[in-house]
Design a protein around this ligand. Structure first.
Ligand SMILES: *Cc1c(COP(=O)(O)O)cnc(C)c1O
Length: 395
């Protein structure tokens, strides 16, 4: 399967068929598994084979299909599926860290990721240093021989700065630290983070992998050794495993992810290009635009693809941003992303509300900033919708 091309992997990868030889993947909605004999139960608890299951918190056939399919897509040796993206972030970090360890993290993080690094890890005696993730000199200055892990979102939310995976990995590996990348905004379609040096890659499957706004899920990808020896014991005993039903939704999502994400990214680029220089905008931020500050890195790291999200800094601050949101007719106001439906968010008052004004300034989360996740609607309709809402935003 590993020499198939991407779309073939996404449709057939990891498939396990029951005695009925069903075409579509079965949902094994079962907590447990029956053993033929007591001896067989004993043997399975000593060591379960690849297609032998014990309890759904440890593993399940539908979940295993999802894990194998996403690992094939990412080019990772193995994967562990989790109940949500946050269960994946927590699992990847907590499974490998202990009191006295040092972690270096990018400062621009999704709110819940920041909570894990700033509140939870430090409460258990892990020291965390935050840096500007785009500044390789800052990473160089922050790592030291006791640094166990570095963590960052490869494309930051909501200002869409791109972090150099290979550059940070080189610095981290020079002191023996593991590189943990939250890759949601880069998407598994455009990213090659493992090939670029990441040791563990995390997705919120809630976003593009489901892609249709239904279920929560997450996944941790890495070497077989890391996933089975470090991540699995932590996850199976602490209870953050993915439900078999959700794994089935995610499996079906993977079948179409390449088509969906490429279509969404093409519309995002068309929208960003149509809006450049618009009188109602301070700026359009989209990593796929030639004028994005890190376009050279976007070319190298993401094959020039800017992802499915753009951010619009609307003239007139919060009042104008709210008028814009309240006038949209196609896109909806919500805080998710990667969905088939276009979704607009005002980060300063929702996803990033908890941050101090100074921190918002430092991260570029201005009062006029709107994050726009581009869906699968017709691009012309989206451009017209955003243009009419921008006209209304100016009062
Ligand atoms: C959404 C998101 C998460 C958390 O995922 P959930 O599935 O909501 O738990 C983590 N990191 C990033 C970058 C996200 O966008």
């Amino acid at each position: 399967m590993s020499d198939w091309n991407t779309r073939t992997k996404l449709v057939h990868g990891g498939t396990r068929r029951s005695q009925y030889n069903e075409v579509s993947e079965a949902i094994f909605l079962t907590q447990g598994f029956v053993y033929d004999t007591a001896e067989q139960a004993e043997a399975r608890f000593i060591e379960a084979g690849p297609d032998e299951f014990i309890y759904a918190r440890y593993g399940n056939p539908t979940v295993a299909m999802f894990e194998e399919r996403i690992a094939l897509l990412e080019g990772a040796e193995d994967a562990f599926a989790t109940a949500s993206g946050m269960a994946a972030v927590n699992g990847a970090l907590c499974s490998m860290l202990k009191a006295g360890d040092h972690v270096v993290s990018a400062r621009a993080l999704f709110g819940s990721c920041l909570y894990i690094l700033e509140e939870i890890l430090t409460r258990f005696g892990v020291e965390v240093t935050f840096v500007d993730g785009t500044d390789l000199d800052a990473w160089r200055a922050a790592v030291r021989p006791g640094t166990k892990a570095v963590f960052f979102e490869s494309m930051s939310n909501p200002t869409l700065e791109v972090i150099d995976v290979a550059g940070v990995a080189g610095i981290a590996h020079s002191v023996g630290a593991r590189v943990v990348v939250d890759n949601v905004f880069s998407t598994p379609v455009f990213s090659n983070a493992i090939a670029q040096g990441a040791d563990a890659v995390i997705y919120s499957a809630t976003k593009h992998i489901d892609g249709q706004g239904r279920t929560l899920g997450g996944v941790i990808l890495g070497t077989k050794e890391f996933i089975r020896k470090t991540v699995e014991p932590y996850m199976k005993h602490t209870g953050g495993s993915m439900s078999p039903f959700n794994a089935w939704v995610m499996l079906k999502g993977l079948e179409t992810i390449d088509l969906r994400v490429r279509a969404q990214a093409a519309s995002a680029l068309a929208l960003a290009e149509a809006l450049q220089g618009h009188a109602a905008l301070e700026r359009v931020i989209y990593p796929g635009l030639k004028d994005h500050a890190q376009n050279a890195l976007v070319q190298r790291q993401l094959g020039g693809k800017g992802g499915t999200v753009l951010s619009l800094d609307i003239r007139g601050g919060q009042a104008a941003a709210f008028r814009f949101l309240n006038t949209l007719k196609v896109a909806v106001i919500s805080n998710n992303l990667g969905d088939a439906k276009s979704i607009a968010t005002h980060p300063a008052t929702t996803t990033h509300q908890r941050l101090s004004d100074d921190m918002k300034d430092e991260l570029g989360i201005t009062p006029g900033l709107v994050r726009f996740s581009v869906g699968l609607e017709d691009a012309e309709d989206l451009i017209a919708d955003v243009q009419q809402a921008l006209a209304a935003s100016q009062g």
